[in-house]
Ligand binder design. Structure first.
Ligand SMILES: Cc1cc2nc3c(=O)[nH]c(=O)nc-3n(C[C@H](O)[C@H](O)[C@H](O)COP(=O)(O)OP(=O)(O)OC[C@H]3O[C@@H](n4cnc5c(N)ncnc54)[C@H](O)[C@@H]3O)c2cc1C
Length: 499
């Protein structure tokens, strides 16, 4: 009998864990650390579809790949970061690898296990997970009480490329940075990069010196924060031989303090913030540079993630004539390059589509509860981490305006507290439910587009869970309040229905 025909009773005889963590990226490894330290009596397993750990930092292999937020806050609160604030993928991989090694997490991870389905049985109070082994094509079935979803927010297999007319006619190479061919030869080539987000800001300075020329085509401008890739406070504390754990904590607080100030400034005085951000970029460009066209965004600061640009390197490339900006719309691809709506044609040997991600909801896993498929867009999120009608499951969706990982630590504490509470209460399941006062609450999109509106979210908003009108039913994106709210969540509130 094929494994897919197995009944839940038969599946229950398969390997069982108290908790299964999905994904061995920075979220999954951080969550495992918290589980191991705060719930030491619980068995757990991490299932990862790729061949190794660190997710985003393993998948992305384009030249220059680096973080766009500082590692004092993108790093975990429990492991000091000792390098420069902005780190390369290689450095982040090493950091996550050390966390795995120092905490003996290796034996808890199964790589090449791609999860296809997750089915909850109320009768057995268990999740049954079916995965396909990418190396052997074998089907593996496991069960667990609790599912900790750390699968990120975008599809790792391929990035998002719009469907432009004439793409098949283009005689050069079209490459999405997410699937960068290791042997891509861009030396001496004319390269056009579509899009002007953090990826472009990373790739352009990394390749410009080797290319004949790099042209960035953007539909509309983006905000950047150029600055030196250093933290003088950290350097000074190191000079004083302060313990690295202290330095990590102090610098985190400093970074978070300034980020909070900046976020508030953007909300309260958007025009002033806009002018300051543009001024920051202007200082790297020639005096007569057309800032209005290329570096004056139409949206308010922080409606999209603002990328930090170490040492203003992309702007230096523009100043030196190695790279250029074109702000226009693409009409179509041609055999020689790209025809713009203005009529200008950009000739290229290679076109890089730095056009973003395909958002994926919960790892493209088919979820069901008691045989009924779950459509997450019909659920309401509890604080952006749990979902009405979905028992024993939590999702880590980090912050955009602060480092993603800050939420890994916060949710880690919350889940461990919840699991320990359930053990003490002698219950086996928990599901968030709308209380009587929440029943008539409007169901809104996952994120308010007026507050935060990156294209990959706008494109897929209909797939995401709904949010309500009170903070409990929202992913507020507000680390500064959540850090105080989460530890105080009353686990006996009516929101949590135990079974
Ligand atoms: C180039 C780039 C730079 C970034 N820089 C920053 C930054 O500086 N600061 C910041 O805060 N954020 C940054 N981000 C956002 C970043 O993705 C997150 O901060 C963070 O790395 C996400 O970690 P994660 O573990 O949640 O998800 P991921 O890194 O996406 O890892 C998820 C893992 O889950 C696995 N998985 C998914 N579905 C399944 C399945 N069905 N079965 C088995 N395994 C599965 C994947 O294979 C993957 O390994 C960046 C993103 C990109 C793409």
């Amino acid at each position: 009998m094929g494994i897919d025909c197995m009944s839940d009773a038969q599946a229950a005889t398969t390997e069982h864990y108290d908790t299964i963590i999905v994904g061995a990226g920075i979220s999954g490894i951080g969550s495992a650390y918290h589980l191991q330290h705060q719930c030491p009596d619980r068995s757990f397993l991490i299932l990862e579809g790729l061949e190794s750990f660190s997710g985003t930092w393993l998948t992305h292999k384009y030249p220059g790949i680096r973080s766009d937020s500082d590692l004092y806050t993108f790093g975990y609160r429990f492991k000091p970061w000792t390098g420069t604030p902005i780190a390369t993928a290689k450095e982040i991989l090493k950091y996550i690898g050390e966390v795995i090694e120092e905490n003996h997490l290796g034996p808890h991870i199964r790589y090449q296990h791609w999860i296809n389905t997750a089915s909850w049985s109320s009768e057995d109070q268990l999740w049954t997970i079916r995965c396909e082994r990418r190396d052997t094509s074998e089907t593996v079935v496991l069960t667990c009480n609790f599912l900790w979803m750390c699968q990120g927010y975008y599809r790792h297999s391929e990035g998002y490329t719009p469907d432009w007319e004439g793409m098949d006619d283009f005689e050069g190479e079209i490459v999405h940075p997410q699937t960068w061919p290791e042997d891509l030869d861009y030396k001496g080539k004319r390269v056009v990069v579509i899009g002007s987000g953090a990826t472009t800001a990373t790739i352009v300075p990394a390749i410009a010196g080797d290319c004949e020329h790099v042209t960035v085509v953007q539909r509309s401008p983006t905000y950047f924060i150029p600055g030196r890739n250093e933290n003088p406070l950290a350097d000074q504390l190191r000079l004083l031989e302060i313990d690295e754990h202290w330095i990590h904590e102090i610098v985190r607080r400093q970074v978070l303090y300034f980020q909070n100030e900046f976020t508030r400034h953007c909300e309260e005085q958007p025009e002033a913030a806009k002018e300051e951000l543009i001024r920051g970029v202007r200082q790297y460009l020639p005096e007569d540079y057309d800032m209005d066209t290329h570096f004056t965004p139409k949206y308010r600061p922080w409606q999209q993630r603002v990328a930090f640009v170490p040492d203003g390197d992309i702007f230096k490339g523009i100043s030196e004539g190695k790279a250029g900006m074109v702000t226009d719309e693409i009409d179509r691809f041609t055999p020689a390059g790209i025809l713009l709506k203005s009529g200008m044609e950009l000739e290229a040997d290679i076109i890089l589509t730095a056009t973003g991600f395909n958002l994926c909801v919960l790892g493209d896993i088919e979820f069901s509860v008691d045989g009924k498929p779950i459509d997450f867009s019909n659920t309401v999120t509890y604080r952006g981490m749990m979902f009405t009608g979905v028992p024993n499951m939590v999702w880590i969706f980090g912050y955009f305006r602060a480092s993603w990982t800050l939420r890994v630590d916060l949710i880690g504490d919350f889940v461990c507290r919840l699991l320990n509470h359930m053990r003490d209460k002698g219950v086996r399941s928990v599901v968030p439910v709308l209380r009587p006062e929440d029943q008539d609450m409007p169901r809104l999109n996952w994120i308010d587009p007026d507050n935060f509106n990156p294209n990959y979210l706008l494109r897929s908003m209909d797939l995401l869970p709904k949010r309500g009108t009170s903070r409990e039913w929202q992913h507020t994106q507000d680390y500064w309040r959540e850090k105080d709210e989460f530890p105080k969540i009353d686990l006996d509130d009516q929101v949590f229905k135990y079974g």
